[in-house]
Ligand binder design. Structure first.
Ligand SMILES: NC(=O)C1=CN([C@@H]2O[C@H](COP(=O)(O)OP(=O)(O)OC[C@H]3O[C@@H](n4cnc5c(N)ncnc54)[C@H](O)[C@@H]3O)[C@@H](O)[C@H]2O)C=CC1
Ligand SMILES: O=C(O)[C@@H]1CCC=N1
Length: 268
């Protein structure tokens, strides 16, 4: 697979780096670049990988993985443009940034892949959507998929769906953590110690997610199994329906997808 350079070692860059190392990639085959010198030094020590300036990393890398914020992407592309060679694969993990944008800021004919990962990759339970650019071969795509499957699942889809993927699985962990926060708060309101409320909620989430994954039952069936006629669950769910929580979730994800589209056109 050659040398992989990760440009921008923030939350997502470090997540990918650690996943690659856990999956058996040699540290000697990995390079990171990081604008924040203090963070760069910390990561070099923690993972024993090379930290280089962007241009040197681009010169040495076979695969360039771009993991800066969408707003920083144009600047990064300008820096590395003249260092990208034939045969390189450029993989972007940035929300909103299209393959068309990447291609137009790189040498003609560059092979680019757009990926939308998520943070559960940190515990090898990531979910990533992957789309090819115009000059991307099956081999380039397989290479990008291999990077991400080191720390989770990967689906290949048309780029027109990537804003939706961003809204659902890219941002998704945050919605789940938000619900978890609310449930813990409810436990505390009901008089439970915070630590107990946290343990109850986290294990319930883990159990429910495992049921979804292992039983392959529709979520409606699983919800109905919990909902005794005239019981506690329906009393709670009625409140959620009265407060239009389901509609709020749909609206929230529409807003995330719209923001992803907006980032593509360079809105800070
Ligand atoms: N955090 C998440 O859950 C997810 C993030 N992403 C995408 O990953 C990208 C990075 O997001 P985060 O890791 O959350 O952000 P972050 O802010 O934690 O990391 C970005 C890093 O890039 C560095 N950086 C910026 N410009 C640079 C440059 N020119 N050269 C070298 N380093 C540079 C920054 O110092 C920072 O450490 C974004 O484009 C985001 O859309 C995608 C899916 C999930
Ligand atoms: O919030 C964001 O823009 C990034 C993309 C998906 C998750 N985090």
């Amino acid at each position: 697979m050659g040398t992989t350079a990760i440009f921008g070692a923030g939350v997502m860059g470090e997540t990918l780096l650690s996943g690659l190392l856990r999956s058996g990639r040699a540290a000697a085959d990995l390079i990171i670049t990081e604008r924040n010198a203090e963070r760069a030094a910390q990561l070099a020590e923690k993972y024993d990988v090379r930290v280089l300036p962007n241009t040197e990393a681009a010169d040495l890398a076979d695969t360039l993985v771009l993991v800066v914020k969408p707003q920083d992407m144009e600047g990064l592309l300008a820096e590395i443009r003249d260092h990208v060679r034939d045969g390189n694969t450029v993989v972007s993990l940035a929300a909103g940034i299209t393959t068309e944008f990447l291609e137009s800021h790189l040498p003609e004919g560059s092979s680019v892949v757009r990926v939308m990962p998520n943070t559960p990759a940190l515990v090898d339970q990531g979910m990533a959507g992957v789309s090819p650019g115009r000059h991307c071969t099956e081999d380039h795509l397989l290479e990008a998929e291999a990077l991400l499957s080191s720390c989770g699942k990967v689906v290949r889809l048309e780029e027109k769906h990537l804003d939706a993927v961003t809204a659902i699985s890219g941002s998704g962990p945050a919605y789940i953590f938000y619900v978890v926060e609310a449930m813990i708060e409810a436990g505390v309101v009901l008089g439970l110690p915070r630590a107990t409320a946290t343990e109850l909620v986290v294990q319930t989430l883990y159990g429910a997610a495992t049921m979804l994954k292992e039983t392959h039952e529709h979520p409606t069936v699983l919800r109905e199994q919990v909902s005794s006629p005239g019981g506690t669950t329906v009393a709670a769910l009625r409140q959620l329906d009265d407060h239009k929580v389901r509609a709020a979730f749909v609206n929230a994800m529409e807003a995330a997808a719209a923001r992803s589209k907006q980032l593509a056109s360079g809105h800070a």
